[in-house]
Design a protein around this ligand. Structure first.
Ligand code: ASP
Length: 570
């Protein structure tokens, strides 16, 4: 006999009269002194079992020992409920199962938490994830994860992409994080790095003639864990040969739309807006602006060039935001404190400084009654960053964000390099394989500060979903980028000799993208963090409450790997 012939949540009024077998978990059990009611649950929903001793004394005997989360199998007749007993809140609420035979397939010890309990501590949920996974929330999220990925795979299939598996254990891949290292028993003292991304392998696939590559690739990055970051995560990783930027963006947009449609969310219209990086920094003070509200940053640098107000006159950059309300003195002081925490020297409120400003300045700012203009004067980078944070902070605080909106957009034309305080030189903004834009190709080595790249990011409501670029496919340009980053020829050969060689053996023009799948699904599921859409995540310290990983290993095992531990210390 089959374990079950129908799912619990599928039974409806017109099934009345059928004899069926269901199996699942005991969600609740109510004993009405004789009559026992059990809500039996599987992932499709719940059905009410009625166990009546007058109908089946053996079933009644079994019913008494049932506790929550026992696994049961019940056979009986589907019967219509009397009109006054219909439960309009349950899709199966018009019927119940009159049980003839009842079996306990598996018992459960008392539960560490009830499935319908609210605010269960997260570490406890993760410690008993197999229970937590039975909740409606986790069932919905894990299934949504699958639905979205299936939709994405269909798009990639239709467009002729080939799923190629690339190694996890490899050389360090520069994606801006620390590597996780894997010691190698056969070569003591040497380590693989776990791939931060399949970046170089996918580029080599292009050189190898697989001109449409994709993978739902697991990546490892040793970075502090946050709401939108786990040590290991998956990305939709793809690469295309003989393409331009728009071809890559088109594929990614098709995937996003397909996944949203599969999740029954209204998809945004295409093409998604494209916003150059410089514009985003000027107008929103961020390279991942939330565009669900406006409150754009305004530039006042020119108007205040000869200002009477020294703070403005002497600053290389002056910008402001106009906020649609006024602030009390203490509110203003609190905002100024925040601005200082973000790195500003101060935050000027137009009403407080207007006596120092000329008519021309005041007219240029043109602030309406009931609104407030808040100014930051400093280096351009600081001004943009502080006003960007302020804009977001105020929007959240003043409830200016329309949560029902889904705004997707691209940020394009990033700088090719950024100055690194740490090395005191130039480093890559994204990764070192990103191509300069045509206009910067001849000049980037001499003028790295102003060079722009063919890099692009996809943003959803202020979350960066992923990045990509058109790549360098000529070795002299790749070498020049390495040189700007201060890499000697020897170091280039040592770390990236294989890439430089491949680029000299017929590398087609190519470009690609990678989108953080778990991040995308978290947003799709309207969840605040990745842990809610990941089956077995780790907590912020990197600890896995379920398995207890990471664990120490005995000295004998370490010895095989040629490893001796140092005393932990500074
Ligand atoms: N490898 C990049 C990343 O993981 C994505 C890309 O450039 O395709 O962010």
């Amino acid at each position: 006999m089959a374990w079950r012939d129908v799912m619990c949540g599928e039974l409806r009024a017109d099934d009345a009269g059928r004899s069926v077998t269901v199996a699942g978990w005991a969600d609740t059990r109510r004993d009405h002194g004789g009559l026992v009611f059990v809500d039996l649950r599987d992932h499709t929903g719940k059905v009410q079992l009625v166990i009546n001793p007058e109908h089946s004394s053996s079933a009644a005997e079994v019913a008494h020992e049932i506790r929550n989360e026992f696994v049961l199998q019940a056979t009986g007749e589907v019967v219509a409920r009397a009109p006054e007993l219909v439960n309009p809140n349950l899709p199966t609420g018009q019927i119940e199962l009159q049980v003839d035979e009842l079996r306990v397939l598996s018992r459960s010890t008392p539960l560490p938490f009830q499935l319908d309990e609210e605010n269960v501590e997260e570490t406890l949920r993760l410690r008993y994830r197999w229970l937590d996974m039975r909740t409606e929330r986790m069932q919905r999220n894990l299934r949504l994860n699958h639905t979205a990925i299936s939709a994405i795979r269909s798009v990639m299939d239709e467009r002729g992409f080939v799923d190629v598996w690339t190694p996890s254990m490899t050389r360090g891949t520069p994606e801006g994080a620390r590597d996780f290292l894997t010691p190698v028993r056969l070569q003591p003292g040497k380590f693989y790095a776990l791939a931060q991304s399949p970046q170089l392998f996918k580029q080599l696939c292009m050189v190898g003639g697989i001109d449409r590559y994709y993978q739902i690739a697991t990546c490892w990055r040793d970075e502090d864990l946050r709401a939108d970051r786990q040590f290991e995560f998956r990305q939709l990783d793809f690469e295309m040969a003989f393409v331009e930027r728009e071809d890559v963006l088109d594929v990614m947009e098709a995937c996003v739309v397909a996944a949203l449609e599969a999740a029954e969310i209204d998809p945004p219209s295409r093409p998604f807006p494209r916003l150059p990086y410089a514009d985003a920094m000027l107008r929103y003070g961020s390279d991942k602006p939330d565009l669900r509200f406006t409150m754009e940053i305004q530039d006042a640098t020119e108007v205040t060039r000869d200002s009477e107000f020294g703070v403005f006159r002497n600053a290389p950059c002056v910008r402001y935001v106009v906020v649609p309300r006024t602030f009390s003195r203490s509110e203003q002081a609190r905002l100024e404190e925040l601005a200082k925490e973000w790195g500003a020297k101060g935050l000027a409120n137009l009403t407080q400084i207007s006596k120092f400003l000329s008519e021309r300045e005041l007219q240029a700012f043109g602030v309406a009654e009931g609104s407030t203009a808040l100014f930051v004067a400093d280096e351009e980078g600081t001004v943009a960053r502080v006003l960007g944070f302020l804009r977001l902070h105020l929007a959240q605080e003043l409830d200016l964000i329309d949560e029902s909106l889904d705004v997707f957009h691209w940020i394009t034309d990033f700088p090719l390099f950024e100055h690194s305080e740490e090395f005191g030189g130039w480093t890559f903004m994204h990764h070192p394989f990103t191509a300069p834009i045509a206009e910067s190709e001849a000049t980037f080595e001499d003028e790295p500060a102003s060079a722009l790249s063919q890099h692009y990011d996809l943003i959803w409501n202020g979350w960066e979903l992923g990045s990509g670029s058109i790549r360098i496919h000529e070795s002299p340009i790749q070498e020049a980028v390495f040189r700007v980053m201060g890499m000697s020829e020897e170091e280039q050969q040592d770390k990236f000799g294989f890439l430089l060689e491949a680029l000299q053996m017929g590398a087609p023009p190519h470009g690609g993208f990678a989108m953080g799948i778990d991040r995308f699904i978290a947003k799709l599921a309207r969840e605040p963090d990745l842990r809610q859409v990941t089956a077995f995540p780790k907590v912020a310290s990197g600890f896995d409450p379920l398995t207890g990983a990471p664990t120490p290993y005995p000295d004998s095992a370490l010895k095989d790997l040629g490893i001796r531990l140092l005393e932990p210390g500074p």
